[in-house]
Ligand binder design. Structure first.
Ligand SMILES: [Zn+2]
Length: 83
């Protein structure tokens, strides 16, 4: 994938978290008591596998270290529990 800012090739990698990786609209959605696989109705589940005690949820991401940008593709499929 080419960086949309500088057009150089981006590095493929993963983002990993002990909880589901979600995007939530707005800047005030953080919760100290988030269920491990929770996403709101307007949120976007990014990780493909739900939290499990044997592995952490991950999502493939592309990084441009020159521009300090990360790009994540998602398909919008949230097959986890909605909160
Ligand atoms: Zn770049």
């Amino acid at each position: 994938m080419l960086c949309p800012y500088c057009s150089k090739e981006m590095e493929e990698g993963i983002i990993e978290s002990p909880n589901a990786i979600v995007w939530e609209k707005g800047l005030d959605k953080g919760s100290p008591i988030r269920l491990r696989n929770a996403v709101s109705k307007d949120g976007i589940m990014l990780s493909k596998r739900p939290w499990h005690e044997l592995y952490n949820p991950t999502v493939i991401a592309y990084a441009c270290k020159d521009c300090k940008k990360i790009i994540i593709d998602y398909d919008g499929k949230a097959d986890f529990n909605q909160r």
